[in-house]
Design a protein around this ligand. Structure first.
Ligand SMILES: [Ca+2]
Length: 307
């Protein structure tokens, strides 16, 4: 067996992410070294020479208002932050799927390796939580919840369509197969993707999100035996904390993971969106009574969502 070298570059973005990624680098390097030196259970799980995620890997090129197809932004926007590349799969996916801590990889659950052995704690208390986006205790168990809800994935881009998640909590039919697509542009050598929620999504998602609407989304790209994760925030598009008043935005973008994975192929792409929790309930002068009422409503819908 040829020894493979695991290379993980630092995230070029916020210092927080650099620190986090660097910490993971050392963790994973230690794992790789152990596997190479002892030819133990990890041998063979690192099959790709990896580089760090970097600016330009994933961009939004066009944003439209779903109701009118009006283009509100046609300048390329780089992702906000990124993680990886990490060896192994981007699992586990959530089970309850309401954004609770330790329910799914982006919510701080330990990575589950495809091969033998156990994965590491890649995202601590949750992925992509940086100001103005915080974790709130969504299920009232005393532990802050990252809020990441798994929406589904494309297996084998170019051959299969998006398979929307079946359930968010107890609720079905919130996410549609039409929400996401990705295809390869051979002339440019890049992937084109589209995240296109329909006009009814806010009403359907309201049983989970209440008066809020998701404030971030994340794309996770898997190739070979590695993955890298990228997020975009509402703040990047002029809606720090989107609400049920809308609008529903559609996002069209590109992806070129060859600088990360060393080739342009992809195994799958998974899509996540974040429940903002109480980020929408920051009280302002004159709205304290309304906020108190909103909090009562929020508690009500959480209890409903928990059932
Ligand atoms: Ca909690």
């Amino acid at each position: 067996m040829t020894a493979q070298v695991l290379l993980l570059g630092a995230c070029p973005l916020t210092s927080e992410h650099i620190m986090k990624t660097s910490a993971k680098y050392f963790t994973l390097s230690a794992v790789a070294l152990i596997s190479l030196s002892s030819a133990s259970a990890f041998a063979g799980t690192v099959s790709t020479t990896l580089n760090g995620c970097a600016s330009g890997n994933v961009t939004v090129t066009t944003v439209t208002v779903a109701s009118t197809q009006t283009v509100i932004n046609a300048a390329p926007i780089n992702f906000k932050s990124c993680y990886g590349a990490f060896a192994g799969n981007d699992t586990p996916y959530p089970t309850t799927n309401l954004g609770y801590f330790n329910d799914g990889l982006l919510n701080g659950q330990n990575q589950k390796w495809q091969g033998p052995g156990t994965g590491g704690d890649l995202f601590g208390n949750g992925a992509f939580l940086a100001s103005p986006y915080s974790a709130y205790d969504l299920n009232h168990d005393g532990i802050a919840d990252p809020g990441w809800i798994y929406l589904g994935k494309v297996d084998g881009p170019g051959t299969n369509g998006f398979e929307a998640v079946t359930k968010i909590g107890a609720y079905t039919g919130i996410v549609l197969d039409s929400f996401f697509s990705i295809s390869f542009d051979a002339t440019k050598g890049i992937w084109n993707w589209a995240f296109t929620p329909d006009l009814g999504v806010i009403a359907r998602a309201g049983v989970v999100l209440g008066d809020a609407y998701f404030d971030q989304f994340a794309l996770v790209f898997k190739q070979g035996n590695a993955f890298a994760a990228y997020n975009f925030t509402g703040q990047q598009f002029g809606f720090d904390h989107p609400t049920s008043a809308g609008p529903v935005l559609n996002f069209f973008g590109t992806a070129d993971l060859s600088p990360v994975f060393g080739s342009r192929g992809l195994s799958h792409v998974s899509l996540w969106a974040r429940d903002p929790g109480s980020d929408n309930s920051v009280p302002e002068p004159g709205t304290l009574v309304l906020s108190a009422l909103a909090l009562v409503g929020l508690g009500t819908r959480r209890r409903k969502a928990d059932k």
